[in-house]
Design a protein around this ligand. Structure first.
Ligand SMILES: CC(C)(COP(=O)(O)OP(=O)(O)OC[C@H]1O[C@@H](n2cnc3c(N)ncnc32)[C@H](O)[C@@H]1OP(=O)(O)O)[C@@H](O)C(=O)NCCC(=O)NCCS
Length: 160
């Protein structure tokens, strides 16, 4: 398993990984219309290309036998890391890949004071993972996606 920064030529495989993982994690909770809205806005080739090429975004991918099996997307603002995404292919989950990616992100920002992320209230895998890693709930927020309102939890971990 290696972790390296995503490149422009990885973007179409990254898109496929995001769509498979999203459908697996949220397909039972969100309508197809909402899933399509997410694919169109936050998982489009154009949007992903911009993130991969933006030097302010750190976008590590986990590669196993030449196959992308996981990824994270992060940014540092005022010494706070925002973890926008942490995704591991459904068939590769629970093998420590999420943990490796999280540790890679923390070591990428040695001076960060804390890390923050949003996780959906109906995402037990994500909640279990972040609780295990010492993240604490800060507050609950409603986000409108398509025609649905999703409840998310803002979680935070102190790092220094
Ligand atoms: C959340 C996610 C990234 C975790 O990645 P992963 O590679 O499967 O997790 P790891 O194998 O590194 O797990 C580390 C620890 O987290 C906890 N954990 C992870 N998945 C879990 C699950 N399904 N049920 C219970 N605990 C879980 C466990 O404590 C685990 O340690 P253990 O296996 O020694 O018990 C992965 O499930 C995923 O991609 N889910 C869909 C997308 C998502 O929800 N992302 C996070 C919100 S943005």
């Amino acid at each position: 398993m290696t972790i390296r920064r995503a490149r422009a030529q990885d973007v179409s495989i990254i898109q496929a990984l995001l769509q498979d993982t999203w459908k697996d994690a949220y397909g039972d909770h969100l309508s197809q219309e909402t899933l399509d809205e997410v694919y169109k806005n936050w998982q489009s080739i154009d949007f992903l290309n911009k993130q991969v090429q933006n030097p302010e975004v750190y976008f590590p991918i986990a590669v196993e036998n030449d196959r992308i099996v996981g990824l994270a997307t992060t940014r540092l603002t005022e010494n706070i890391i925002t973890l926008f995404r942490l995704y591991v292919l459904p068939t590769s989950q629970r093998k420590g890949i999420g943990q490796l990616l999280l540790e890679d992100v923390m070591s990428h920002y040695p001076d960060a004071r804390r890390m923050q992320l949003h996780v959906e209230t109906f995402n037990p895998k994500g909640l279990a993972f972040y609780n295990k890693n010492g993240f604490k709930e800060i507050k609950r927020e409603q986000e409108k996606v398509g025609n649905e309102t999703i409840e998310q939890i803002l979680m935070e971990k102190e790092m220094l």
